[in-house]
Design a protein around this ligand. Structure first.
Ligand SMILES: NC(=O)c1ccc[n+]([C@@H]2O[C@H](COP(=O)([O-])OP(=O)(O)OC[C@H]3O[C@@H](n4cnc5c(N)ncnc54)[C@H](O)[C@@H]3O)[C@@H](O)[C@H]2O)c1
Length: 312
């Protein structure tokens, strides 16, 4: 089976692609490489540097399945240039799905986001609740989901709404909450928490990447799946970090009202089980930092990197 992974050089893709290769899949890793490329060469891996907006330039010959990860991948980055955000994160998704249909590709897995729910008071945020996306990022995800669902008669569409991902990847992200707080404690002995009471769901990077593998093996499970297993207040995450790295916790006013708890019972009913916790992600990062394998770098912060002019 040959799999096209868009956004393959990103945080998730850099963990997912080696797993696909280990499973015996052939992989085309398609990415504009804004944050570099950390994929190791492999005989079954073709790395293509390209822009997903140039859909006609993507060679779909022999592709059996698409895992679509490329997007402008958080709220502040999405707000930098809304037109670009809509073109990359939504319009390109539509064009890719349309080309996939014409090419007879039968499998499409999409990385949406749990943030499509916006602010929710419900104790159990399930897939059938109305969406209240706040940012351009959230809105493009919601629209892309709906576009993809309209292709459900043509191909198997599997949409994942992941929680915030945590843990180590060769292409690191330190702008996601658990990773950011862990690095602050390690570097500065001080953690700054904005607000702190907002609740967010989390998922370990090994679990979200295992989930894409699981869905590839399980075409009978279609539609939308929440994927998040620990709903934690930001302050709880900070306190968890300080149990492993002594650090002072400083609270500042929040600039982000999003607060939600997601329920992943629909996913659990498929038989999928997460293997790792937030605490394990923190311990793994501390260990890699102390061994010199995890470093702090501007490249690991999407907004900082995009604003630095490094991304053209
Ligand atoms: N990391 C999380 O916590 C999280 C949570 C929920 C959903 N997601 C979604 O999962 C997907 C992957 O996220 P990530 O954390 O790996 O983000 P990331 O920013 O590390 O990776 C995104 C990749 O997409 C690529 N890309 C951007 N524009 C492109 C274009 N025009 N053409 C080709 N490639 C392009 C970038 O170069 C980057 O390598 C994203 O769609 C994101 O919205 C991530």
């Amino acid at each position: 089976m040959k799999v096209l992974v868009t956004g393959a050089c990103g945080y998730k893709g850099s963990v997912l692609v080696p797993k696909l290769l280990r499973r015996g899949y052939s992989v085309v890793a398609f990415d504009i490489q804004w944050f570099g490329n950390f994929l190791e060469p492999h005989p079954q891996l073709e790395v293509v540097q390209g822009d997903v907006r140039d859909t006609d330039g993507i060679d779909l010959t022999g592709i059996d399945a698409i895992i679509h990860l490329s997007s402008i991948a958080n709220d502040p980055c999405g707000d930098l240039d809304p037109k670009l955000t809509w073109e990359i994160s939504c319009l390109a998704t539509m064009q890719l799905a349309d080309r996939a249909k014409r090419q007879g590709i039968k499998r499409f897995i999409y990385a949406s986001s749990g943030s499509v729910y916006g602010v929710k008071e419900e104790e159990h945020v399930t897939e059938d609740l109305p969406l209240l996306p706040i940012s351009e990022y959230n809105k493009t995800k919601m629209c892309a989901e709906r576009i993809l669902l309209s292709y459900s008669d043509d191909m198997t569409v599997q949409i994942v709404r992941p929680a915030t991902v945590c843990g180590y990847s060769p292409r690191m992200r330190l702008d996601v909450s658990v990773n950011m707080l862990t690095m602050q404690a390690l570097r500065n002995g001080r953690i700054t928490v904005f607000g702190g009471q907002q609740t967010r769901p989390n998922i370990h990077i090994d679990d979200i990447t295992d989930l894409y593998l699981f869905l590839l093996d399980a075409p009978q499970h279609t539609g939308i799946f929440n994927a998040g297993f620990e709903n934690l207040a930001i302050m709880e995450i900070a306190e968890m970090v300080t149990r492993h790295v002594p650090a002072e916790v400083v609270v500042s006013p929040s600039n982000d009202p999003r607060s939600y708890r997601i329920n992943s019972d629909r996913l659990l009913a498929t038989g999928f089980r997460p293997r790792k916790s937030v605490e394990v992600a923190i311990q793994e990062m501390i260990d890699l930092y102390r061994r010199g394998q995890l470093t702090d770098s501007d490249q690991w912060y999407n907004l900082k990197w995009m604003q630095s002019g490094a991304v053209k």
